[in-house]
Design a protein around this ligand. Sequence first.
Ligand SMILES: Nc1nc2c(ncn2[C@@H]2O[C@H](COP(=O)(O)OP(=O)(O)OP(=O)(O)O)[C@@H](O)[C@H]2O)c(=O)[nH]1
Length: 316
Amino acid sequence: MMSLSLLELQQLLGVLKYLDVGLLVMDRHFIVTFWNDFMANHSGKAARDVEGQELFALFPELPQDWLRQRVETVMALNTVTFTTWEQRPHLFAFSSYRSLTGRSSAMYQNLTFMPIAGADGSVDKIALVVYDVTEAANSRLALEDMNQRLSVLSRTDPLTGLLNRRSWEAMLAEEYARCRRSGRTSTLMMFDIDHFKQVNDTHGHQAGDMVLQHTATLLSNKLRTTDKAGRYGGEEFALLLTDTDAVQACQLADRLCTALAARPARLDGKPITITISAGIAQLTADMGDAQAWVKAADDALYQAKSAGRNTTKVAS
Ligand SMILES: Nc1nc2c(ncn2[C@@H]2O[C@H](COP(=O)(O)OP(=O)(O)OP(=O)(O)O)[C@@H](O)[C@H]2O)c(=O)[nH]1
């Protein structure tokens, strides 16, 4: 679309003066020549106080460099351009009154820049149309937020907040491929709470749940941000320790055992002390896939159980 003629502009101004859309016209020096009621109502500045003034003097908070560049481009190319709220949430810091909730919130704006031709046909003004798209933007953002939360929920074990088994296994497959590509060292640790059935039988299932949560919290405090902890089964946990060898993984197991002994879960003020058995497997060349890696760690865990529990075994 090319520039508007003056006559078309006058017609446009007549229509847009009272519409629920912002319209301002300015010259290439940003001197405002038209300011409609929407702009006056939202800015608190009447047309008589704005028209004839420089826009940046009136609104020093405007992004000057960005706006100057935009206007120059529109004038030079003699073409209409659009900016959406996703690119820039707003140009003018207005409030939008939301009829549904009755609340007011920051106004999201879509913008249209239109070149306006003078009598000689050359572009000497710009019309800027400001659309209040707050409702649509807020709905979109709420939807994105909801999707994000659903995505987190679908990856998380609800009791402990750790990764659930499915998403932990997806991370494992990625890490296996990464280690195979880069030759880096990563290690798996599977651990299981000893005689957990007794906790349930003695203190009740809710106390058992609380012990699982407590264990997950202590564990999370010991991990690096790159480590991935998952709840593998009922009372079995799986840790993917990136760029970590078996020796370092054993140190982590020790620290976790020490923390569990020093800070047991408490029920009515009384401690419920638990121990864990752990199996550790560093990724080695002979492990043909991620399942083989898990099996090695699981076998080591089984050995730890067989050896009397409350101990850690490393896959040979
Ligand atoms: N409270 C609670 N208990 C669970 C949950 N998931 C599994 N369990 C219980 O965990 C117990 C696991 O028992 P077992 O497999 O016999 O193992 P264990 O008693 O820990 O014995 P070892 O592993 O051999 O040391 C069972 O009683 C399950 O009911 C859960 O989400 N909450």
